[in-house]
Design a protein around this ligand. Structure first.
Ligand code: DGL
Length: 264
């Protein structure tokens, strides 16, 4: 199948977390069209077995390819672990958030000690820890699945967020890391609460490094759109539209009305 540069970029996550990536992608690619899927009918991925996540990655990839995307960004670390399930069903470029994000932390830490906050599945995989160690950096891993539950179900301005974050970070806050990776795309939404506990250390989110990686890839492979007007952003949820709207109020980028999609 011939890929046209005007086709949209597919982006997906188990929920609203990937919108933190989409937000940065829209800034880096203002003229591109985006097709985002929040897989909220099947969220969370973090505590689920690998087979479950592989199946969701495969199904969403097939769906997006049928919708005519030219590339896919897996805006979810837990799903990025299963990138092979996407690549098995398509030849279009599929991008993981993990290597660009991890390498940004390697390049910016000064004291070579980096906290990795992620889902249980991402921590258990050891992917970030191994990549950091290979680059001479000591990882301080912490699984924080509770943050996903909070962000998918509560209002971001609920004052309980601070207590949730402070209690969780208590076990690592004196470890002396100068950099923290939001190794779950949901977590950068809690950065203000993290700053209140850990101060102004270096926080690395997935969106910017992944977007910069994709920009380089598009430039090298002549895949960027030629359009000069603002791109169209479509957002779908496999869950309830009302629930999605409530938990994504912080997302300010212009987009079509959020719609439900079945991906079975
Ligand atoms: N946002 C996802 C990530 O980056 C995970 C959330 C979940 O557990 O579904 O890993």
């Amino acid at each position: 199948m011939q890929i046209e540069n005007s086709q949209p970029i597919g982006v997906f996550d188990s929920g609203i977390g990937g919108l933190t990536v989409l937000e940065q992608l829209i800034k880096i690619f203002p003229h591109e069209n985006f097709y985002y899927v929040a897989d909220q009918g099947y969220c969370p991925y973090g505590p689920r077995p690998a087979e479950y996540v592989c199946e969701r990655v495969e199904k969403i990839t097939r769906h997006m390819v049928n919708e005519g995307v030219k590339a896919i960004v897996i805006a979810c670390n837990t799903a990025s672990l299963r990138i092979a399930s996407a690549r098995a069903v398509t030849d279009i470029p599929v991008v993981s958030v993990i290597p660009p994000t991890c390498m940004r932390a390697v390049e910016t830490t000064k004291n070579k000690k980096v906290a990795v906050l992620a889902t249980q599945a991402t921590i258990n995989s050891g992917t970030y820890q191994n990549m950091l160690k290979e680059n001479g950096v000591t990882p301080v891993p912490l699984a924080c699945g509770e943050f996903v539950d909070f962000l998918e179900n509560d209002d971001l301005d609920n004052p309980y967020a601070y207590k949730l974050v402070a209690d969780k970070l208590a076990s690592i806050k004196d470890e002396g890391f100068d950099t923290l990776i939001h190794a779950c795309t949901h977590f950068s939404l809690l950065e203000p609460q993290m700053r209140a506990v850990l101060g102004d250390i270096n926080y690395v989110n997935c969106g910017t490094p992944t977007g910069e990686y994709l920009k380089k890839y598009f430039d090298e492979n002549n895949m960027a759109t030629n359009a000069t007007d603002k791109g169209r952003v479509r957002i779908f949820t496999t869950g309830e539209v009302d629930g999605a709207l409530r938990t994504m109020r912080w997302f300010k980028a212009e987009h079509d009305p959020v719609a439900h999609v079945d991906i079975k």
